[in-house]
Every structure is written in structure tokens, then in C-alpha cells.
Design a protein around this ligand. Structure first.
Ligand code: AMP
Ligand code: MG
Length: 508
């Protein structure tokens, strides 16, 4: 089948396109269209055969019910019976919008649409394209997410085409959606009403209006233990091709754990992905790192989640590690989708984070312009058993300066560079518990000890590696002196690398 793709602008809706799409739906065909949550795969909700086609196109199990989309509130009465009184209040506040409510179904709704259930899920979307299409199709459009069953839901028309091109009649391309996660589902057939799927409208928002609501306790739990009340929620959903693991702990621990996992994978030549946020992005170095949004505004995370999961499919990674998110407000919906995408695979950050004696190695010279930055750059060439932040400082740095030109010339001849180096003053902030301070000579060590006291990890480089070779000071001398200094540093740093790895082996 050829899938027609029609662009449509929600601010200036082309009626002929809507009519064409509406006619396809009336004739029992399938049209994907934008809504404010995700793209939906529309079919005539009152036709049994249309529902069957929907299941076939999505490859979706037919016991997974569809949501019926309406454009006028009065239409609810045609498809639902025994509608409880609170419905008016909820509809007045949240319709049109990202809320689906479940009612007892009327005889007008075929069992094909409800997956064999006597209840029907109903939503009134706010996207103008969706509403015009529903009207043009006769008022009742069933629309599950327009993706292949199990894949991340589509938030752009391109995502729809990736999954359904050639399987449906038409795609209305209205650009990227606004919310990015499916609607909140509230079961109105029980008292108090129960949230079956978290979304942009939260329990707190319901409770302000109608008092207590309950939450299906299987939502964030392990699905093997108990069947969720919303049938579709039992399947692994939204899944990228790679294995997805959610790393849980406090954020600092999560970052450390992901860094260690990514570093280990890098050493073993495995390609992995990292789901990071704007705030944590700078902490990661290895693997395919994707920014999913900012923690300051969870809406940005909701909007990018499915796109990021899909993008990983193109990256050919074997495992994706994700940070976790607060389970409040929109965060609840985000974690619910992420957990489903992960098939509930989580790991505790605390269990992963190895107690590492040193995480940072800081070389200290007088001016941080030649010897300390050279030593740091030589050490960075080693693939050590653990990852360290390696840097350098000077005891007398009057203002930031690039590296000494002769030092740089020597480094270049050894295929390294100090091109990015800027000298920095040593200070108390460098004396952390997890930092190994290695000075170039005895003077610098003594100066630090007399200024800041003992109790820190301060050694001369040759003392730490157990080699008494002095590091010469080439300052003001010809290039050859820098060359000799480099050779001494190279020998000592090689021993340092061995010593660091042996500490790891001893579990220190
Ligand atoms: P989707 O259309 O892809 O967002 O999926 C619709 C989801 O709504 C299904 O997977 C179910 O979890 C839920 N749903 C639809 N109808 C019912 C119903 N009658 N009772 C309970 N859950 C429903
Ligand atoms: Mg879906």
C-alpha cells in the first residue's frame, strides 16, 4: 500500500487535506495524525473491521484496547453509559487535553475497539488537527499510538513513517508534538477513580477537583508480580533495540556509576549509550551520550524521551545506561515509560560504584606551565584500570597562561600536545580526600604541607612511585633540557600508571 504523507499546519488548517483524511477514515482506512501527546493511528472507532486493521498495522496484540477520540463533549453519551457525576468537572478542566477516562461502553462501540472489554477509554484531544479530523471522520476515532507495537511512541511524523510506511493509508504531518508522552488514563468505573497510566495530568491535579483518586500499584513495580489493570501496560513498551538499564541512587552516585560502567565498556571495546541531562552532560566522556532535557523543567525530558530512545537505534549500542528521575508530577510519567522501555531492568548505583581510593590526580609544579602539565598529559595517554580526572596546578600562577613553548615543542615531537592547557593556581579546593597530589619536587610538597597541614595525599612524584630520579628544571635552558626533562617524566609516569593499576588490583 502507498502511504500518502500530507503536511498540515495546525495554525492554518487546510480543509481539503482534512476532508481527504476524513474520507479515508469513513471508508474504513487508517490515518496517522498529530495529537498534543503523541501521534495517533486513527480508524473509525465504531467499525469492528477498522479496529482489526489497526491491530494488524501496529502488530499489536488484539487484547490491548484502543482509546476512542472525540471532538464534542456531547458525543461521550453515545459511546459510554453510567457516566459518573465527577466526569463533568474533570472534562470541564482537562478536556480537550491529555486525559483519557474509562467508562462502561454503550452498544455502539464494537468489542474490536475495546479489546473485548465492556468498558471504553475516551479522550478529547486539544490539537486542532486532531479535532478537525475527528469531526471530518464522523466523530469517533480510535487512535492508539502510531508506532509498531513495543517501539517508542512517535512524536514526529518521521517516527510514524519509520514504523508504518506502506502499512497505512495516510500520515498527516503536523510537526513535533507538544507533550511527548501518552495521556493520563483514569478509570471512572471504580470508586474512587483509579489512575491506570500516569501522564501530564497528575494525581494531585485530580485530587484538587474531586478528592481522593487511587493509583494502580502495578504501575511502577515489576510487571511479573501482578497484572496491571490497563491491559496494554503488561507488554514491554517503548523499547529501544539495545538493552536499557536504569541506574538508581542519588544523582551524584548515579553519575559515578554510569561513568565507571562507561569507562569499563570503553576499555573492553563495547559501544554503550548514556541518557544524561543538561545538568549532568559534562560529567560523561565515554560512549554515545544523549541529552534528554533539563532537570529544571521535566516537560523537556518528557518531550525528548521517545526521540532519544529511537535515536539510539541508529547508534548500534549494546547497552544504554540512564539516570533516573524524581517520581513526582510529570516525573512519575517519565519514570513509568522509562521503566517499561527498560523492561524494569534497574541497577543500584551504590552497588556499582567501586570504592576508589583516588578519583583525581593533580600534578603540581611551580608555575603549571611545563613540568606539571607535561606529566598530566603523559598520564592521560594510559588506559588505566579505573578512570581518573587528571590535571595540574602551579604554586605561583599570577595569571592564566598557555603552556611553555619549548615544553609544547617537545610534547609535539612525542605526538602529544599541551595546546589546550592554561595554567591554574593551586588552592585549598584541590586538597580533596579522593585527590592524589603529586608534586614535581620536594620544595613544592613542603610548601603545601606547611601551608595546609598534613593529612592530605601529597607526595612528590618520585617518592610515590619509589624511584629517586630527580626531575630536572629546564626553565630558561635550551630545548634539549626540556627533552631530557620529558624523558625523566615519561619514565616516572610509566611507573605511576603501573602503581595506580596495582592499587586497583589490591582493591585500594
Ligand atoms: P495507546 O492507545 O497506545 O495509548 O494504548 C491505549 C491504552 O489504554 C491501552 O494499552 C490500555 O492500557 C488502555 N486502555 C484502553 N481502553 C481501556 C479500557 N477499557 N480499560 C482499561 N484500559 C484501557
Ligand atoms: Mg501505545
Amino acid at each position: 500500500m502507498e502511504t500518502k504523507i500530507r503536511k498540515i499546519d495546525k495554525n492554518q488548517i487546510d480543509e481539503t487535506v482534512i476532508r481527504e483524511a476524513g474520507d479515508i477514515l469513513k471508508a474504513g482506512g487508517l490515518v496517522a495524525f498529530p495529537t498534543e501527546t503523541v501521534y495517533g493511528l486513527g480508524a473509525d472507532a465504531l467499525k469492528e473491521e477498522a479496529a482489526l486493521k489497526t491491530y494488524a498495522a501496529k502488530g499489536r496484540p488484539s487484547d490491548n484496547p484502543l482509546i476512542v477520540h472525540i471532538a464534542e463533549y456531547e458525543d461521550l453519551k453515545k459511546i459510554a453509559v453510567n457516566i459518573p457525576a465527577e466526569t463533568d468537572i474533570l472534562a470541564a478542566h482537562f478536556w480537550p487535553g491529555p486525559l483519557t477516562m474509562i467508562f462502561e461502553k454503550s452498544a455502539a462501540v464494537p468489542y474490536g475497539t475495546t479489546g473485548g472489554l465492556d468498558t471504553v477509554a475516551v479522550r478529547m484531544p486539544s490539537d486542532p488537527v486532531a479535532r478537525e479530523l475527528i469531526r471530518a471522520a464522523g466523530g469517533f476515532v480510535s487512535a492508539p499510538s502510531a508506532n509498531t507495537s513495543g517501539r517508542p511512541s512517535p512524536t514526529t511524523a518521521e517516527h510514524v513513517a519509520e514504523d508504518l510506511d506502506g502499512k497505512i493509508d495516510m500520515i498527516l504531518d503536523g510537526g513535533a508534538v507538544d507533550i511527548g508522552l501518552e495521556s493520563t488514563i483514569l478509570d471512572m468505573t471504580v470508586t474512587p477513580p483509579m489512575i491506570l497510566r500516569p501522564g501530564a495530568i497528575t494525581a494531585e491535579m485530580f485530587e484538587e477537583l474531586i478528592g481522593e483518586v487511587s493509583v494502580d500499584e502495578t504501575l511502577l513495580g515489576d510487571e511479573s508480580k501482578k497484572a496491571p489493570k490497563a491491559p496494554g501496560m503488561k507488554y514491554r513498551h517503548y523499547a529501544p533495540r539495545a538493552k536499557l538499564l536504569i541506574v538508581e541512587g542519588d544523582l551524584r552516585e548515579e553519575i559515578l556509576a554510569i561513568r565507571q560502567l562507561a569507562y569499563a565498556a570503553h576499555r573492553e571495546g563495547r559501544r554503550i549509550g548514556v541518557i544524561a541531562t543538561a545538568e549532568t552532560l559534562p560529567f560523561y566522556k565515554y560512549g554515545v551520550i544523549k541529552n534528554i532535557g533539563t532537570r529544571e523543567n521535566e516537560k523537556t525530558i518528557a518531550r525528548s524521551l521517545y526521540r532519544v530512545l529511537r535515536e539510539f537505534d541508529e547508534e548500534d549500542v549494546e547497552t544504554i545506561y540512564s539516570e533516573s528521575f524524581a517520581v513526582q508530577g510529570m516525573g512519575k510519567a517519565i519514570m513509568n515509560r522509562l521503566e517499561k522501555a527498560a523492561g524494569h531492568l534497574r541497577i543500584s548505583a551504590a552497588a556499582v560504584v567501586k570504592q576508589q581510593r583516588y578519583r583525581r590526580i593533580t600534578f603540581v609544579s611551580r608555575t603549571d606551565s611545563a613540568r606539571a602539565p607535561m606529566a598530566a598529559e603523559i598520564l592521560r595517554q594510559y588506559e588505566l584500570k579505573q578512570e581518573y580526572v587528571v590535571d595540574s596546578r602551579g604554586l605561583v600562577v599570577l595569571f592564566p597562561e598557555p603552556a611553555n613553548q619549548k615544553a609544547e615543542a617537545i610534547m609535539k615531537s612525542a605526538r602529544m600536545t599541551l595546546g589546550d592547557h592554561v595554567s591554574r593556581q593551586f588552592g585549598e579546593e584541590n586538597l580533596q580526600e579522593d585527590t592524589l597530589i603529586l608534586t614535581i619536587d620536594e620544595n613544592q610538597k613542603n610548601k603545601i604541607l606547611s601551608e595546609y597541614g598534613t593529612g592530605y595525599n601529597v607526595y612528590t612524584l618520585n617518592e610515590f612511585v619509589g624511584d629517586s630520579t630527580e626531575i630536572p628544571d629546564p626553565y630558561g635552558q635550551p630545548l634539549t633540557a626540556y627533552g631530557e626533562c620529558f624523558e625523566v617524566l615519561r619514565g616516572l609516569v610509566k611507573k605511576l600508571a603501573e602503581k595506580l593499576d596495582s592499587l586497583v588490583e589490591e582493591g585500594l
